[in-house]
Design a protein around this ligand. Structure first.
Ligand SMILES: *Cc1c(COP(=O)(O)O)cnc(C)c1O
Length: 375
């Protein structure tokens, strides 16, 4: 018997602590992908482990129709931290579910069906979210997906203005495309999305599943751009690796969001983990730390790699190095020769998404390793 669907890497990870992972031989790896951005405060942060363990011993699950204290606390925490006046929270188990809910809520509240998504965008793999994901390989053989989705070029304000009309329920967009290759959007572009949706009575759904929780140097990328969407989705690092996502919703959508539900919505254990994760991020001001270390990382990468790569780009600790050949052999060398785990974004981008707790010395390690491999 064996698993299928995922291809596995030939490293058996056994244990994690802070910015490091350890394999079954006891060898140490610097986790510069934060396991898909799921360890924003580092692996097994003691505060997250303690809060989660205490909750596990008390109550693993109660049906979602009864309030549970960690969930109530998490609702408040998320509403407090959300941009602007967004203060309604729907909890789920993953990123794709957070977006699935966002699309449903927007359709119901507007009474419209058209959804606008962006080329190279990634929003998940369930039938609805997948319909708004760009990459053909992810969709092949699974059609028909949810209908009514139109794609526009990412970053093109004019195309966005033309596409959004009185039939549009929502625009779904990442403030910085992750999976699609680490493509940042300008403030002007995101403000255009905001203005166009507002003028048409459509919802702006900002997918912050990868960019949120301090990764780009502000708690939400929306904060950095001074944009308040109607719906903001988060997941990945929210529960430090436990399965939890959230759809944060403005009042006009929440009051007419329709019928939705999920058995595990806001379970006490994942809520405890998410509450503790958010507390560490805000108390230690990890977004500012991410901004400072991220800026240093990008500078050092540009200095060290120069012309041997195409481009170094990103915001905060969401950084892409676009290489001249495939990213995969570089990722392999990083792991095997240098004990550094990173991620690809498409074929030619090495994606760096370390825990927000990394220090300059860790950035130096990665820069030296990449220089040794590509320069
Ligand atoms: C990872 C990701 C998703 C999907 O999240 P899952 O938890 O894998 O379903 C959606 N949007 C963005 C921007 C992501 O990075």
């Amino acid at each position: 018997m064996s698993g299928f669907v995922f291809s596995e890497k030939p490293i058996g990870i056994d244990r994690g602590e802070g910015v490091h992972l350890y394999d079954t031989n006891g060898d140490e790896y610097l986790d510069f992908g934060a396991s898909y951005a799921c360890a924003p405060v580092g692996h097994c942060h003691p505060e997250v482990v303690d809060a989660t363990t205490a909750q596990i011993e008390k109550l693993l699950y109660v049906q979602a129709s009864y309030p549970n204290a960690p969930r109530t606390a998490l609702y408040e925490q998320l509403a407090d931290l959300a941009p602007g006046d967004i203060d309604n929270v729907w909890l789920c188990n993953s990123g794709t579910e957070a977006n699935e809910a966002a699309l449903k809520f927007a359709r119901h509240a507007t009474g419209r069906s058209k959804i606008i998504a962006t080329m190279q965008g990634f929003h998940g793999r369930t039938m609805g979210s997948l319909a708004t994901t760009w990459k053909k390989q992810y969709k092949q053989g699974f059609e028909p997906l949810a209908g009514g989705v139109e794609f526009v070029p990412y970053g093109d304000s004019e195309a966005m203005r033309e596409a959004v009309d009185e039939e549009t329920a929502a625009v779904i967009v990442e403030p910085l495309q992750g999976e699609g290759g680490i493509n940042p959007a300008s403030t002007a572009y995101l403000r255009t999305v905001r203005e166009a949706t507002e003028a048409a009575g459509a919802a702006m759904i900002l997918d912050e599943i990868q960019t949120g929780l301090g990764r780009t140097g502000t708690l939400w990328a929306a904060d950095g751009h001074g944009v308040v969407p109607d719906v903001l989705t988060t997941a990945k690092g929210l529960g430090s690796g436990l399965p939890v996502g959230a759809t944060l919703v403005r009042e006009w959508i929440a009051e007419d969001a329709g019928n939705h539900g999920s058995t595990f919505s806001g379970g006490p254990v994942v809520s405890a983990a998410a509450g503790a994760t958010l507390s560490v991020i805000t108390r230690e001001d990890l977004p500012s730390h991410a901004a400072a270390v991220g800026e240093y990382l990008v500078e050092q990468l540009r200095d060290a790699l120069g012309e041997s790569v195409r481009e170094v780009r990103g915001e905060g600790l969401m950084v892409g190095v676009e290489v001249k050949r495939g990213a995969n052999p570089i990722l392999r060398d990083l792991a095997v020769e240098h004990g550094i785990l990173a991620l690809p974004a498409g074929r030619s981008v090495v994606r760096l998404l370390p825990p927000l707790t990394v220090e300059r010395e860790h950035a130096d390690e990665v820069v030296d390793a990449l220089e040794a491999i590509v320069a």
